[in-house]
Design a protein around this ligand. Sequence first.
Ligand code: SAM
Length: 318
Amino acid sequence: MLDSYGRDINYLRISVTDLCNLKCRYCTPLNGCEKKEQKEILSLSEIKDITEAFVSLGTQKVRITGGEPLIREGIINIIESIGKMDKVKDFAMTTNGILLEKYAKDLKSVGLNRVNISLDTLDDKKYNHITRGGSLKEVLKGIEAAKKVGISPIKLNVVLIKDFNEDEINSFVSLTKYEDIDVRFIELMPIGQTYKWSLEKYKSNSIVLEKNKDLIKIESTDISSPATYYKLPGGKGRVGLINPISCKFCDKCNRIRLTADGKVKSCLHSNEEINLINRYRNGEDIKKIIYDLIMSKPKEHGLENGDFISRNMMAIGG
Ligand code: SAM
């Protein structure tokens, strides 16, 4: 469905939990987030009903995220219910990969097409530090498991962090030389309680190109993708740059976000949200609410004006 600026809003990101098995320094406050009561979190049937309503209004692309989606109880049932929706042409998940070895086969068998795996360093000590306790080995096993069952393509999301992983940019880029894998560098966004930390650690993605002069820009097959893609000469995979800070891409934003507690957001960088689940539970027509939400999607975000987003990223889903 077209919004009031002519953008086709066809992409729904669903956060299925705001809990996580990691505590990444830029995403999660030290003491975690306040645990919600079970009744505040969307049930499987509510996720299904809401997704169906979005699909009937033109959503073709769905991404499951979190918190960490693979710790949500009944995650395979959730994936299965959406995997059966014929009009969903692209069905993906963003995960930290820790539990992927356990779930890859089931995810594939119930209809998940592909995964984005968040991985900011290839060094196990640094991984343990940035995630406050995670094990890189588990993620690497998860990536292998996903490849083995044919979940493809695999995309690695690397958040670029000053004085942390700039020295690994070339190692990440090199992964695309021999493997059909996309490595996407994402600029660190100041959001929620980690706002200050993220502002201090921000580094523009332009450094990726400065360090890799041989990267060749290529056309993306997905015009709504926020990433600009490059390839190494003869490389099998791609290198993507996602620059929400240095070069915003609101004019092609096609997303709506559904949070685990049933709120919908039409802009990641706005505090505006609609309590969809309360209104649905009170018998209102969800399609009408979604229609109005899409029509009121803002033209662009105001992050560069210092707008402060109070929700933590782990409670939005990225
Ligand atoms: N737990 C899953 C994971 O780790 O991929 C999904 C949720 S996580 C919030 C989704 C994505 O948001 C991850 O790729 C993460 O790196 C990214 N992210 C979190 N906080 C961010 C921030 N402040 N700036 C940029 N990306 C961020």
